[in-house]
Every structure is written in C-alpha cells, then in structure tokens.
Design a binder for this molecule. Structure first.
Ligand SMILES: Nc1ncnc2c1ncn2[C@@H]1O[C@H](COP(=O)(O)OP(=O)(O)OP(=O)(O)O)[C@@H](O)[C@H]1O
Ligand SMILES: [Mg+2]
Length: 444
C-alpha cells in the first residue's frame, strides 16, 4: 500500500506497528509480536483513524496491523491510509465483519490480509510471518533499482512560446502513458500554470519549500505535492505578486535531489530568469527541452540560451522544439532560423489553436485532451527521446564557453530575407560568419 511518489525512508522505519481497538485483541497480539522480536508497545490502542493520524506525522512501519472495527465504511476510509503509507508497507487489517466481498475488496485496495476477530494467536503469528516474508521479498520495483532517474528542464526562449504546455504534456505522457512515477516542478513561482493547466489547486507546497529549505525531505514532498493522476505529482505555486521571490535556490536544488529518490522522471517547467539566477539547477538535468518560435526575438534568445547551456550545462542533451509554427507564415523561415542558431530544430510543432483551446476548456494537459492531434504524436516522440537519453548520448560539440554567435550575426537580415524573399534564398550563412555547419535546410 502506498502512493507512488513516496520516497523510501527505510532508515527511519520501525519494523512493526499496530492500532487495535479492543483489549482482547491487544492481549492476543502483544505476546506474538514480542515472540517475533518486535516491541509490544508498538501495539497501540486505537483504530484506522488513529493509524492515519499517527502515520501522517511519522514514517510508516514495514508491517502495519490496523483495526477496522470502528469504521462505518472501511473501503473508503482505507484510502486515507494509502495517502500516508510509505512504499512497501505491508498492511494487515483486522475486523469483525465476516464478508468475503469485503475481504476481496480490501485485498484489491492493497491490503495484504484480513483477520477476523476474535483473534487467535496462531492465526496472527502466521499472518505476521507471511507479511514479513512479503516485505523482505525482492520487489519488482527493486529489480529496476538500477534504473536511473531522468530529468528534463523545459525552457521557453520567449514568453508564451509554449514551454508550460509542453512541460505539462510531457509530464502527463510519462505518468499516464508510460506509467512512470513522475514529478512536475513548476518553477514559475508567481505566474506558473502547471497546476492551472491540470485543473489543480497549487497548494502551499512550493512556497513552504522555498521558505524552509531545511524541511525538504521525502516526507515533506509526500505531503506537499498534489496528485494529478496515479503517477503524477505536481509541485507549483501561485505566490502573491506582492511577495518577491526570496531564495538562494537551495530549496530548488534540494527538491530536485528528493525527486531523484522518489520518482523516475522529473519535468521542470523552468522560466528563463530562473535559469539565469540559479544555473546550479541544471547540474543534474539530463535533457533541456528548449521551446522557441520562428521569430526574430526567439532566434536571438535561442542563440543566447544555447550558448549559455554550453557553458552551464554541457552534460545535458538539448532538444530544440519550435512551437506554434504556421508554414510559410513565420517571421523567420525554418532554414534561416537553423542557420542562425547553427543547429537543427529537432521538432516543429504546429500552431493548433483549436486543440489548445480544447485542452484549456477541459482543464487537461494538451496531449491528454487531444490524444490524436498531430502535435500529440510529436510530443510522444519528444517524450521518447527524453526517456532514451543517457549520459553517453550527449556530445560536447564545441568547447564550453564558446563565444556567442550573436556578436557576429546580423539578425535583422533574417527578418528582411524572409519578409522580402518568401524564403527561396535563406540568409547567407556568410552573413553569420559562422563556423560552417553546411547549407541551411529547406523550410518545412
Ligand atoms: N502549438 C500551439 N498552438 C496553439 N496554441 C498554443 C500552442 N502551444 C501553446 N499554446 C497556447 O499558448 C499559450 C501560452 O502557452 P504556455 O503557457 O505553454 O507558454 P509559456 O512559454 O509557458 O508561457 P510563459 O512565458 O507565460 O511561461 C497558452 O494559451 C497555450 O494554450
Ligand atoms: Mg509557462
């Protein structure tokens, strides 16, 4: 029983705890618990509600026995336990309702076993031995233990380019279609749309994290993150715009670290200014998804950010995604854009106002609301590329710290070329005095 993003806190975990409503059952349970080498005082008086209360402030034990006798609706109330239970906890329920359907439903909800009152010592012993064997058995999850964490920061080169649309879509694809435990961290602290897009209340989690970085641990993120689907947890804020961001970035680094333990994928919606203020946030990011538009301003800032990334995140793979593209309508043709940034654009996503509007109306990520849209297919390919990125894939094409192209590039010429010439002739690479990347590609 557990929520998928909970971090393992095995170091601090007790081997056993029980919350039992009546003295008779406690009298049967305690000697068996002592026999198995656990502390009998871990058998507390109380039922499911006490268990939930207690586990919401302490880490969960490896094995938990919980009495459902005082529950009017055990199946519903047991969900509250799932919210506070850490991964791998083996839960044995105790109750006085002899109903096979309840038994089956409890097992389906993640309970390991159900013991009927009055308890017999032998029955309790067998159940606890069995639970211990289950807890110690290698788990499917552990088998993948060596599987590394993948983290991508989605950065827009210009405001409104669609970085958040792409970040929420990638997070949704990883969590829902790939079924991977995924964290979405929206670092646009004042104006973030991560929660809004997914029709969630952002809560105070990120604000609390920024205010108290030392409190950030596995337990904190379990409590602070908002669940968007079974595998997706979101941390975002709508900080008051009267409150300037007061942080040295330590909280964000700590969050990234905790996410690496608790999830398989981290998607960071990373505003440009955060990149500049806290370059340390990219230290362990595997993939930068750089979202641009075919405009003059975006060309300038794509060049600048690519150059910056070579210095500050040479280890990371960069995927350049042009968004909101209308064939033949952009300020700059794709070929000119690619010539100016001295690399290919990896993906060209179309302007699709209808689908974007539909997603907004449904309160869903773009890909969730438009599963068969062309752009959704492209986003799936981007997600696969992110997933398949390994550290070895990243080539350092040029030495870090290379001078930005900007100084030698006549940006305006790109604009006039595409305006005047209906891009039959791309901007001359010579204009850029560039380091010969070959002829520019034809427009898509
Ligand atoms: N391909 C697209 N076609 C049409 N509309 C799009 C497309 N991509 C994004 N949008 C829309 O553009 C708007 C801005 O997108 P989004 O919020 O993702 O951009 P952003 O880069 O995160 O912006 P900000 O700089 O404010 O963080 C949203 O209304 C979104 O629905
Ligand atoms: Mg945004």
């Amino acid at each position: 029983m557990n929520a998928p993003w909970k971090s393992g806190m095995s170091a601090a975990r007790d081997p056993f705890a029980a919350f039992i409503c009546d003295d008779n059952a406690l009298d049967t349970l305690r000697p068996v618990v002592a026999e198995l080498g656990w502390a009998p005082e871990k058998c507390a008086k109380g039922g499911l509600r006490n268990a939930i209360q207690s586990l919401s402030v302490t880490s969960s034990p490896n094995i938990l026995v919980v009495d459902l006798s005082e529950c009017s609706d055990p199946l519903t109330e047991i969900n509250g336990l799932a919210e506070v239970c850490e991964p791998g906890t083996v839960v044995i329920a105790v109750g006085q309702v002899n109903d096979v359907r309840l038994y089956r439903d409890l097992l389906a909800s993640g309970i390991h076993d159900y013991l009927l009152k009055p308890l017999a010592a032998s029955q309790v012993r067998d159940a606890l031995n069995d639970a211990q064997a289950v807890f110690s058995a290698p788990k499917a999850h552990d088998a993948q233990g060596a599987k590394r964490h993948v983290s991508t920061a989605v950065v827009g080169t210009r405001g409104g380019a669609g970085a958040s649309t792409i970040a929420t879509s990638l997070a949704w694809l990883f969590s829902d279609e790939e079924k991977l435990p995924t964290a979405l961290l929206d670092l646009d602290v004042h104006f973030g749309t991560g929660a809004l897009t997914l029709d969630l209340e952002p809560g105070r989690g990120l604000t609390d994290a920024i205010d108290n970085p030392s409190r950030i641990d596995g337990l904190f993120i379990e409590r602070a993150m908002i669940r968007a689907n079974t595998n997706l947890a979101v941390l975002s804020a709508e900080a008051p715009i009267s409150a300037p961001l007061m942080t040295d970035g330590a909280a964000f680094v700590q969050l990234e670290e905790e996410f690496r333990q608790a999830f398989e994928i981290t998607v960071i919606d990373m505003p440009r200014n955060m990149l500049i203020n806290f370059p340390q946030l990219l230290a362990d990011v595997n993939v930068i998804t750089l979202v641009c538009e075919f405009t003059l301003a975006s060309a300038r800032d794509t060049i600048r950010i690519l150059s910056w990334l070579k210095t500050y995140a040479p280890h990371a793979r960069t995927i350049v995604v042009a968004n909101k593209v209308q064939v033949g309508m952009g300020e700059i043709a794709r070929s000119d854009f690619e010539a100016s940034i001295e690399r290919k654009v990896d993906f060209v996503l179309p302007l699709d106002v209808k689908s974007a509007t539909r997603a907004a109306k449904l309160g869903q990520a773009f890909v969730e609301a438009n599963k068969s849209a062309k752009m959704a297919g492209q986003l799936r390919t981007i997600a696969n590329q992110v997933l398949s990125t390994s550290d070895e894939d990243v080539e350092t094409e040029e030495p870090a710290g290379k001078k930005s192209l900007l100084g030698s590039l006549d940006l305006k010429s790109l604009l006039s070329t595409s305006k005047a010439a209906k891009p039959s002739k791309p901007a001359s690479p010579a204009k850029t005095k560039n380091k010969s990347k070959g002829p520019a590609k034809a427009d898509a």
